[in-house]
Write a protein that binds this ligand. Structure first.
Ligand code: SF4
Length: 416
């Protein structure tokens, strides 16, 4: 490996980390001021934004320890057979970089992942050493998210949880068949075993912490994972089912969905085209329905097209479900229980909460509901209110074009 200075390594290893979505990073157009004009840059290496468990947006230094890897996962730009420029930080270089960025107030934490070098245990030792040194040698109190290596010794993975706020292990692909085909050196069983061990350790430590103040903290921000969408033949129904099973069995805080993007020098087994980004977005909306709107996974999957198993791209999954199960509507805004109101397209969790509070004192009209939603046109066919009853709208064959947004606005995403 050629001798590189820290700035060159940072450029390579921050760029290599951008494919990992499990720390939600923001994207924007490229702007810089290094030519002496203006102030600021959107091209600074390695800083991304993530959301802390309390909802704060925090800046993280997001890098790989190295982009060299002994594995050859077809979808990964860092795979063994990929012809990319390689770089590697030492653990102490990452520690120094984190501290220096932190002192300058550039970041509030570190997101660290790595290709596998020499062996899973050796790589995990290096990742743990970064977190250990930050916490013990420098009393670093910022946020740390460590990617763990599923094949590593469970004791090393456990140590990662003792130093990090959040740990994550990528399941990579929604089906075992997809993983076997595209990441033949990885094992779905070993990945899930590691998640199971992590879940047990998180629960045990949380219990101990309730009883003994001195009990060590362990991954207080929990564990998360990432699934690549569109690299294999898995349908949206498969992906929703897998995500629900992961949430249920391993108590994950988040499942991240990352639309597969074709990489330079790609393997011939990969699709030539990326899936529409809207597909990733619809999966995040489905995830939202399961986590905050009390939909069962099979209900979300039922919103998909029966023949293809794919969620529609032109409308959100909640609207798709409502159009398919019209017998569940209209819902009476003045009498329906919370779970039925949450099913009404256009009513978000906050709007339902406001409706439940307000109707204790008076009956609500459609105008009252209109103040709580960004699209009353979307709500009207599905709701009964004081002075309003839809006239057989739910039976109309042309209902879909009437309620489908012309262009989905940012606010509509939160009023799904
Ligand atoms: S193990 Fe990770 S870094 Fe290595 S090729 Fe597979 S996905 Fe890429």
């Amino acid at each position: 490996m050629a001798q590189l200075d820290t700035r060159e390594k940072l450029a390579i290893l921050a760029d290599a980390a951008k494919y990992d979505a499990s720390c939600s990073s923001s994207g924007t157009s490229k702007r810089k001021s290094s030519g002496g004009k203006g102030l600021g840059s959107t091209e600074g290496s390695g800083i991304c934004h993530a959301y802390a468990p309390d909802g704060r947006c925090i800046s993280l230094l997001k890098i790989l320890l190295t982009n060299s890897c002994i594995f050859d996962c077809h979808y990964c730009i860092n795979r063994r057979s990929s012809n990319v420029r390689r770089a590697r930080f030492t653990a102490q270089e990452v520690v120094a970089l984190t501290l220096s960025f932190y002192r300058r107030n550039y970041i509030e934490g570190l997101f660290l992942s790595s290709g596998i070098i020499r062996s899973s245990n050796y790589t995990m030792e290096q990742l743990v050493e970064v977190a250990r040194s930050l916490r013990e040698d420098h009393d670093f109190r910022g946020y740390i998210h460590l990617k763990t290596i599923p094949d590593a010794d469970p004791e090393l993975v456990h140590q990662a949880g003792l130093y990090a706020d959040r740990v994550s292990i990528n399941v990579e692909l929604p089906t075992v068949g997809g993983l076997t085909r595209l990441a033949p050196e990885k094992s779905a069983t070993r990945i899930e075993d590691a998640m199971g061990e992590m879940k047990t350790a998180i629960i045990d430590t949380a219990d101990a912490k309730k009883r003994y103040k001195s009990a060590p903290r362990f991954a207080p921000a929990g564990q998360s994972t990432q699934m690549i969408v569109g690299a294999d033949a898995a349908t949206d129904g498969d992906i929703v089912g897998k995500a629900a099973s992961l949430y249920g069995r391993f108590g994950l805080r988040r499942v991240y969905y990352s639309a597969f993007s074709p990489i330079p020098d790609a393997s011939a087994v990969l699709p030539l085209q990326r899936p529409p980004l809207m597909r990733e977005h619809r999966l995040y909306q489905s995830d939202w329905l399961m986590r905050f709107y009390d939909y069962r996974p099979d209900e979300v999957a039922a919103a998909a097209d029966d023949a293809t198993g794919m969620l529609p791209l032109d409308i959100d999954p909640k609207l798709a479900w409502a159009l398919k199960f019209r017998d569940r509507f209209p819902v009476d805004v003045n009498r329906a229980p919370r779970e039925d109101l949450l099913r009404v397209p256009g009513l978000g969790v906050k709007a339902v909460h406001s409706i439940l509070s307000a109707r204790r004192w008076r009956r609500l009209s459609l105008e009252d509901v209109a103040r709580l939603t960004v699209s009353v046109a979307k709500v009207r066919p599905f709701l009964i209110a004081d002075g309003w009853r839809p006239v057989a709208l739910a039976d109309r064959a042309d209902l879909r074009p009437l309620v489908a947004p012309k262009r989905e606005t940012q606010l509509e995403l939160f009023a799904a």
